[in-house]
Design a protein around this ligand. Structure first.
Ligand code: URA
Length: 433
């Protein structure tokens, strides 16, 4: 097999066989295929795409390049949830405890944030003492004993994807549905769960800017999951405005805790209920949506879901008192209010820009090696559709002296007020089963 022949065949739109795809991926990982040939191949994929068989082979070749956690000896319904990344997305911290309290097992590996999107691991690290690096043995013990764990990805998960993703990032070859779907699914299939719920974000603050593109990505991922025997469902959700009110690590943790106490913001609570109910449905814990919603209500009201989070924090060496005393979280010294310059209705809040504003305050990383400030961030008070008067607070900046004026200006420029009445945004856009 010659790599140049495979590049040429893809260039002319022909499909490759499973063996040919394994040859490419394995050769790239072991160094016999150089970056320049892989880059040319990836660029051909950008223009010609991958069919369903090719996507599956790509996913499995990348999955098999690393460790696959075997949880088959654990009894029960195991589910993994994945979000394609957004601004203010603290959903895992609410959905994990809810479904776990309903009897579903959640063995979750999460990532760190980069750029305008935050990462669940960074958020969890705002809990004093919280340990995100567990060994496989600790991971399995916690899954078995409490049915809920959120930890960092071990270095051995899908190393082929890691190497390929780094190459795609610098060769303009990220935006291919086939490549994105197989990249995400190769990591999801490694976690050992037999059910997968995907939260595919759509809009200004997301990877996929249009509903059509997001739907195509969702279908590709659901197809891969179902073809390897994992029940998979994707929920398409709006990321035109930040999710909930809080953007920033400890702020988002506090908002997640408030949501588990039943006091979450409307759109965020709706998303958590919807994702949780999809999980209860695919795992057969609930037969109908009504039953699922009832179960979720019960574990919120009885505080069982909140106690699940408490238990997870304790198991992972964090201080569980943060749940009752938010002053234990890292704090911001400066609180700056962004006020409306006129009367009207909030018509647009560019989530990408809010994410960038939080990042320059220190809440996120511009490069992978940046350190972050866990206490800083932004509260977006005026969401799309809200009627405001001149002088009303639109957003609050929580800063520690870094780039506060720039963040202020970004927020003022990107929370748009119009004279015409505007409807609030729908958070759930579609479901692909
Ligand atoms: N996230 C991933 O994990 N992979 C991609 O290719 C894109 C986003």
């Amino acid at each position: 097999m010659r790599v140049v022949d495979l590049i040429n065949r893809k260039k002319y739109g022909q499909a490759l066989s499973r063996d040919e795809i394994y040859f490419l991926i394995n050769g790239y990982v072991n160094g016999t295929i150089p970056d320049y040939q892989m880059s040319a191949f990836l660029m051909a994929v950008i223009f010609q795409g991958l069919n369903s068989d090719e996507r599956l082979a790509f996913t499995q070749a990348m999955l098999e390049s690393g460790e696959v956690i075997d949880l088959s000896h654990i009894e029960g319904k195991l589910v993994d949830k994945h979000s394609t990344g957004g601004v203010g997305d603290k959903t895992t911290l609410v959905v994990g405890p809810i479904v776990s309290a309903c009897g579903v097992i959640v063995p979750k590996m999460s990532g760190r944030g980069l750029g305008h999107t935050g990462g669940t691991l960074d958020k969890l690290e705002s809990i004093p003492g919280f340990k995100i690096n567990l060994t496989s043995e600790e991971f399995i013990k916690q899954v078995r004993e409490i049915g809920l764990v959120v930890m960092g990805q071990t270095t051995n998960i899908a190393p082929a994807d890691k190497k390929l993703y780094a190459l795609r990032d610098v060769t303009g070859t990220v935006e291919s549905v086939g490549l994105i779907a197989s990249s995400i699914m190769s990591k999801k299939l490694a976690s050992g769960a037999d059910h997968i719920v995907l939260d595919v974000k759509v809009g200004k603050g997301a990877f996929m800017k249009t509903l059509d593109d997001a739907r195509e990505l969702a279908k590709a991922m659901v197809d891969i999951g179902n073809r390897v025997g994992k029940k998979t469902v994707a929920v398409l959700t709006n990321m035109d405005e930040p999710l909930g009110e809080m953007v920033g690590n400890s702020l988002e943790l506090i908002e997640a805790i408030e949501t588990l106490k039943g006091n979450g913001p409307r759109n965020f609570t709706k998303l958590c209920y919807e994702l949780s109910s999809e999980i209860l449905l695919i795992t057969d814990v609930a037969k109908t949506k009504e039953e699922a919603y009832q179960k979720i209500d019960e574990v919120i009201k009885s505080q069982q879901a909140l106690n699940k989070l408490r238990q997870m924090i304790t198991y992972q060496h964090g201080n569980p008192q943060v749940i009752d005393d938010y002053s234990l979280f890292p704090q911001a010294q400066n609180i700056i209010k962004v006020r409306s310059l006129k009367d009207g209705y909030v018509s647009e809040i560019n989530a990408l820009k809010v994410g960038e504003a939080a990042m320059i305050l220190g809440a996120g990383r511009q490069t992978i090696n940046d350190t972050i400030d866990l206490g800083v961030g932004i509260q977006v008070i005026a969401k799309v559709g809200k009627k405001v008067r001149q002088g009303d607070v639109l957003a609050v900046i929580y800063g520690n002296g870094k780039n506060e004026e720039e963040a202020y200006q970004i927020l003022l420029d990107n929370i748009i007020i119009t004279n015409e009445e505007v409807s609030p945004l729908d958070i759930i856009l579609d479901i692909v089963r």
